[in-house]
Design a protein. Sequence first.
Length: 60
Amino acid sequence: MAKVELIMPKMGESIMEATILNWTKSVGDTIDLDETVLEIATDKVDSEIPSPVAGVLSEI
């Protein structure tokens, strides 16, 4: 099974870092394409990060 790294998308030119608020999935959970995997917060916005692929979460 191939591993895919979850990379935070660009949120804007002025946003350089974010804080993970919550992982919505645990290791071993099945994840669908575009399903929310984690919630992040920046100094300007809170956002949900979706999975780019379907599969199983192997590590956090």
